[in-house]
Design a protein around this ligand. Structure first.
Ligand SMILES: C[S@@+](CC[C@H](N)C(=O)[O-])C[C@H]1O[C@@H](n2cnc3c(N)ncnc32)[C@H](O)[C@@H]1O
Length: 305
């Protein structure tokens, strides 16, 4: 089955679908560093441009459209502006692409969208109700949605994300993947010979371990067995209640980009051709490969493929 991938980033969603046998024929992202990582690992089929600038005619016919549209407008950390924020309208760009394909007689039979958990509750649930209504009533899909936590699919990271799977077939039976027991901890994924630059100086250690002020006070726990959600801004090093820090050889350090890749299910032969800052951003943004793979496999089952 041919897949088109939107907002591909470094390709977490794509890798999961590719592993399940889907053939990614076209991808897109406007971040040149994400495109660099993607190209190194997947090939030249990714187009570097703003999706709003892409000619709809240049998007090839496909059997499945996948994409984690940018989540800042919906996330708890963002300012919750939702559809009033320009980025919120990227969902509507996805709709335009589906409508264009439909006009040409090749409506994608399957659409998979991923977003932050709070998409479902944002603005009293109205944002999600709008998205669902458009997908069902305007586009005619049968829509399944749920929140899946990465930690329930074999990877020690708490990462709750909304998954929306749409079929252009009202009789389809689809089930999201069943949770599996977690058999690894964050400690199992750590590298052993780590550059000194990842260890914290006394001064930084004091800052990251501080409790915070005002209404942002939280216990600064480190050495968690299940990592906190990786974030796109973790390069900035937030306090220990937001980021993941570990103790090794009696010293505290941040995670390396390779460890972040592992916490998102990327294999160790996944190449990281960008700076640490860009790598943290890309892995912080990614869909966990194992979750994507399991969702993709369930889609195959539903299609009897
Ligand atoms: C949450 S990330 C997607 C991660 C990806 N699904 C993965 O699994 O690795 C969202 C991506 O959308 C891209 N993006 C945001 N606005 C865009 C636009 N207008 N055109 C193209 N890409 C855009 C960002 O650069 C970012 O890489």
């Amino acid at each position: 089955m041919d897949a088109v991938s939107l907002f591909s980033g470094c390709g977490g969603l794509d890798l999961g679908f590719a592993r399940a046998g889907f053939n990614i024929v076209w991808a897109n992202d406007f971040d040149k560093f994400a495109v660099k990582t993607y190209k190194e690992n997947f090939g030249e089929h990714i187009v570097h441009n703003d999706i709003n600038e892409i000619e709809l005619d240049s998007i090839p016919r496909h059997d499945i459209l996948i994409g984690g549209f940018p989540c800042q407008p919906f996330s708890m950390m963002g300012n919750e502006m939702g559809f009033d924020d320009a980025r919120g309208t990227l969902f509507f760009r996805v709709v335009e692409i589906i409508l264009d394909q439909t006009r040409k007689g090749h409506k994608p039979p399957v659409v998979v969208l991923e977003n932050v958990r709070t998409l479902r509750t944002h603005n009293g649930g109205r944002t999600f109700a709008t998205i669902r209504k458009i997908l069902t009533e305007d586009l005619g899909y049968r829509v399944f949605d749920t929140v899946l936590n990465t930690a329930n699919y074999g990877i020690p990271q708490t990462r709750n994300r909304t998954y929306i799977v749409c079929f252009d077939n009202s009789d389809i039976e689809f089930e999201f993947p069943e949770p599996v027991p977690l058999e690894r901890t964050l400690q199992d994924l750590l590298e052993h010979d780590v550059d000194d630059k990842y260890f914290l100086s006394e001064r930084i250690l004091r800052t990251v371990m501080s409790h915070g002020t005002g209404n942002f006070r939280a216990r600064p726990e480190i050495d968690l067995r299940i990592a906190r959600p990786l974030t796109a801004t973790m390069a900035k090093m937030h306090r220990a209640c937001q980021d993941n820090y570990v103790t090794q050889n009696g010293r505290v350090r941040r995670l390396t980009p390779r460890e972040c890749a592992r916490l998102q299910g990327f294999p160790d032969d996944f190449r990281i051709p960008v700076s640490d800052t860009q790598a943290y951003k890309q892995f912080g943004n990614a869909v966990t490969v194992d979750v994507a793979h399991k969702v993709a496999w369930q889609i195959r089952q539903a299609l009897g493929w």
